[in-house]
Design a protein around this ligand. Structure first.
Ligand code: NAD
Length: 344
């Protein structure tokens, strides 16, 4: 383990980057050197609030650090990340990793050639509701996912698939661990120029199926994922940070001592009998951003693979792009149908 602190800087201190600054200041293995943002007003505000150096050019910041956190709009991720990687700096990059899959792949190759690490900000991996399931073997055959948000113009420069659904795509790919076989999808733009609501069905080669819905025009917020697998049903509530598991277990096995566990009786006879057990995993006191950034710093200090590396970021982006292609195909069908009905 490298005993030196990792010198790190932030590029982009808007809505999320400001939180990166706040959390990086609190991580013992990191030394926050400063930040760069192209907006002078925002720079002054963040400099004053956190009492850290605002650099007037990103290149000047890069010279003084070992690692950088890129929290700018997605269209700028590739250029900043490529420059940093070529300069031998480790890169934390917000999701989606880059604008295009080709850029993401180029970045992964460049990082390998330079011997630096890339971690992508798929923060839901570190949601307490997901972390609580570390002892559960997730082997889902069917997944139902809903991510419904209120409308906010921020983020509407990209479709809801790239803004919100990509979190669920990343999680699902990490749990199913099988190549995608086919995708069916549809989406509608209502308030913005890009799709504000989308649904897709992802079929995996191993037979698993995921039905995923994301919306940014919902009156009520909801972020849930439900996993169905032989002998277990697992429900994750990302907003609450809690998880519930219903499973068939050996009646002689000890229920969780740390969490609320209730027996709903047994089914079957003799050695075939199984207990229906419910366990509720209450919220762990973890700040997902702090934890995610700490793991990045640890990966650099201990020279290990970051938990969500560049390849995983590209993998999620690739599936998101396939979903967008299917949405376009579906939109063409709808358009033809409407043209036909209107007689034009
Ligand atoms: P934002 O618009 O609030 O902030 C972006 C900041 O970048 C602004 O301060 C802006 O001045 C600055 N900026 C813009 N162009 C720049 C440039 N060329 N060079 C330097 N600075 C520049 O956006 P945000 O919501 O903070 O999103 C930033 C990134 O974080 C996006 O990639 C977004 O997808 C991602 N994001 C991730 C999550 C998550 O859950 N992981 C949540 C929100 C946003």
């Amino acid at each position: 383990m490298n005993s030196e602190k990792i010198k790190i800087g932030v590029i982009g201190v808007g809505h999320l980057g400001r939180w990166h600054v706040q959390q990086l200041k609190l991580i013992p293995g990191a030394e926050l050197v400063g930040f760069f943002d192209s907006d002078p007003l925002k720079s002054t505000a963040v400099q004053k609030e956190f009492n850290i150096k605002s650099f007037s050019h990103h290149a000047e910041l890069l010279e003084q650090i070992d690692a950088v956190s890129i929290v700018t709009p997605t269209t700028t991720h590739f250029d900043y990340a490529q420059e940093a990687v070529r300069a031998g700096k480790h890169v934390f990059i917000e999701k989606p990793v880059t604008e295009t899959v080709e850029q993401g792949q180029k970045l992964v190759e460049a990082a390998e050639a330079s011997g630096v690490k890339i971690q992508v900000g798929h923060i839901e991996r570190f949601n307490p509701a997901i972390l609580a399931l570390e002892d559960i073997t997730l082997n889902p055959l069917f997944i139902e996912s809903h991510r419904m948000a209120n409308f906010n113009p921020r983020g509407t420069d990209v479709a809801v698939v790239l803004d919100l659904m990509i979190h669920d795509i990343d999680l699902i790919l990490s749990f199913v661990r099988s190549p995608v076989q086919s995708i069916d999808a549809s989406g509608v733009s209502i308030l913005s120029l890009k799709e504000d609501i989308a649904n897709c069905r992802i079929n995996f080669e191993n037979g698993a199926v995921a039905n995923v819905t994301a919306s940014r025009i919902s009156a009520r917020k909801m972020r849930k994922m439900r996993f169905f697998q032989p002998n277990a049903y697992i429900s994750v509530d990302f907003l609450e940070g809690t998880s519930e598991v219903y499973e068939l277990v050996d009646p002689s096995s000890a229920p969780s001592a740390k969490n609320l566990a209730i027996s709903f009786g047994t089914i079957g006879q003799g050695s075939n009998s199984r207990e229906i057990r419910y366990t509720r995993y209450d919220k762990k006191d973890i700040n997902p951003l702090h934890y995610e950034l700490s793991l990045f710093i640890n990966a650099i200090r201990e020279n290990t693979r970051p938990p969500v590396d560049g390849e995983q970021g590209v993998r999620a982006l690739k599936v998101a792009k396939q979903i967008l292609e299917k949405i376009e195909e579906h939109a063409e069908t709808v358009k033809k149908h409407w043209d036909f009905n209107s007689g034009s």
